[in-house]
Design a protein around this ligand. Sequence first.
Ligand SMILES: [Fe+2]
Length: 289
Amino acid sequence: MPVQILAVSDVIDQRIHSSSLAERMPDVDLAVSCGDLPGRYLEFIVDAINRPLYYVLGNHAEEIQRDRDGRPRGPQGCIDLGGRVMRDVRTGLILAGLPGSPKYNDSEPEQYSELEMSYKIARMTPRLLWNQRRYGRALDVLITHSPPLGLGDREDEAHRGFRAIRTFLDRFKPAYHLHGHVHLYDRSKSPVLCYGETTIVNVYPYQALEIDVPVVERDRVAPTAPSRSALTGGSETNTTPGGSFSPLRVEGGGRYSGPLVAFESTTEIVNERGRAIVQERVTAGSARR
Ligand SMILES: [Fe+2]
């Protein structure tokens, strides 16, 4: 099943920051940001397309804004994917995200050593392995700010890639890896690289992509999309339970065998900082007649 993705990174592009965006891209299923973009730009996109937007912070963390009391907050209605693995409930697309760049000075907020990036990946690994078992793949799309080492990166300290991200690709083999950080001013150079089973795309300044989600997943679950109010709520916790019962196997004569039903519930929570967290709980029953 094709999923239409609008990916943005690093600079505001007037073709996207336009009142005609919804008209020109009416079929976008979700948006992603690979970092270093102002929060107001991400909020504009999520309002225009009326679909979820998943983001990771760039090294400059321009996404973080201040509320009236001076407290930091992420872009409203957008989902922080940094260090997380999430499944988009409407499309079934599985995403994982890693923020920041390699350490190169003391002034930018989102910089990590190889060890710190490896630790982030280690914390995501249980969920990736669970996805492998449940959906037959760890993830579909990896979203990062920085590229992998030696794959679309540069030699200077700030723009070299992460070895840990390259190891991630070797181990979990996402169909796509989208990143930014490296500005491609020479448009004669392709932003696309192939590495093993992964297509790596430098998103700068934006890319429109169509990605196939394996149909087997849609056969197994019938999720309910999070409500718009849950995505856009900013000051209080909203919880939107969704779910469905679907028979797994039916024998002749109306007898059920094996697990009778599969149940999946999905909860969307937005905290006081506008940070949304998707949680999933799956319970399979085994009642028999
Ligand atoms: Fe950057």
